[in-house]
Design a protein. Structure first.
Length: 354
């Protein structure tokens, strides 16, 4: 297990049997790193990067030790932006050119209102535990109260793993041990979503997607939760595969594509009522995905491969492999940014890496 992938993995003893190194969600204690500003990186474009998002013409990428990078030339050059935390940041999304959220270890949520130039901490694991405890006391649910008390006792050691941003004020975050919260005021206050999710085992939640009134949460041990009423309620989908899903897409109404452990990719065309497995060229875990402007899907995996979904199979892009990949971002010109343990690589529409 590489040091980079260890940033987002659990201690081996805590990992579910058969889960994938590098994507198990428990984090080591974060200590003072949660409150310590990120240090300037000597070569930020070649540091460990985990996710990227579009902020108008700018691209913002995040990664280890609170690293936030910005590019104003389509990923050809990068500069570091200051961040108020040194914990690893796992996901980032923007509502528009100015407003965005990033999440990471220690339950941290950062927000920006200037396109990623400056970031403010809006939430962390300590506050999450208190929010969960207050909600559990109010509900009178004994199981929820026990879980919340455990969160308080553990301290801020549980990462957030994905964020979905609806607009400048509204966002939802998900993460380890079933953590899920939403804000409607730019991160000033948060409402727990745990009670909405059929997840009594508190399985890790890896990916969150939204399309219209549909919301999809993908997690470990085959967990898929679907909402068709704008996130007000969720139902668990029956899956033929019980391994973890690390990414998901909602390409069209009623269509769901999920991918994860050992190269497993599954597609449903009827909102989860039935599933078809997509053939993968190697049994290596798929870590991230994205949808291109033409609606086609691309995936990346731990073997350093960029894969396109063609019919009923994944096909490798030319010019591979790259280092183990953590994330992928689609640019407006059709090129991709592949995020890896060795930084970011721009891949043009023909498949050539730069």
């Amino acid at each position: 297990l590489s040091p980079a992938l260890a940033l987002v993995c659990a201690a081996a003893a805590a990992a579910p049997v058969g889960d994938v190194p590098g994507r198990v969600a428990q984090a080591a204690p974060v200590g003072d790193a949660l409150d310590r500003p990120a240090l300037d990186a000597r070569d930020p474009a070649h540091a460990v990067l985990l996710a990227a998002a579009q902020a108008g013409p700018r691209v913002v990428a995040v990664g280890e030790r609170g690293l936030v990078l910005a590019s104003d030339d389509g990923g050809r050059s990068w500069h570091q932006a200051p961040a108020p935390t040194s914990v690893s940041l796992t996901a980032v999304r923007f509502a528009d050119a100015l407003h965005g959220f990033a999440v990471g270890h220690g339950g941290v949520v950062l927000a920006t209102t200037d396109g990623g130039k400056r970031w403010t901490k809006k939430l962390d694991g300590r506050r999450i535990a208190q929010i969960e405890l207050d909600a559990a006391k109010q509900s009178g649910d004994a199981a929820a109260l026990k879980s919340a008390e455990r969160l308080v006792a553990d301290g801020p050691d549980k990462p957030l793993l994905d964020v979905w941003v609806l607009d400048a004020q509204r966002a939802v975050v998900v993460g380890a041990y079933g953590i899920a919260l939403a804000t409607q005021d730019g991160g000033a206050t948060w409402t727990p979503w745990r009670a909405r999710l059929d997840n009594p085992k508190e399985l890790h939640l890896y990916a969150l997607r939204q399309r219209g009134e549909q919301w999809l949460v993908a997690g470990e041990q085959g967990l898929l939760l679907l909402s068709t009423d704008g996130g007000r309620s969720f139902k668990r989908l029956a899956m033929p595969y019980k391994g973890s899903f690390f990414t998901a897409e909602l390409p069209a109404d009623g269509e769901i594509v999920v991918a994860g452990l050992r190269g497993n990719v599954w597609r449903s065309m009827d909102a989860g009522a039935s599933w078809t497995q997509i053939a993968s060229p190697v049994p290596v875990s798929v870590t991230a995905s994205a949808q291109r402007a033409d609606g086609s899907l691309v995936f990346v995996n731990q073997a350093g491969m960029v894969l396109g979904l063609q019919g009923a199979a994944l096909r490798p892009w030319p010019g591979q492999p790259l280092p183990p990949l953590n994330g992928v971002h689609v640019l407006g010109d059709g090129a991709l940014l592949a995020l890896s343990i060795h930084g970011v690589r721009r891949i043009d529409a023909a498949g050539a890496a730069r």
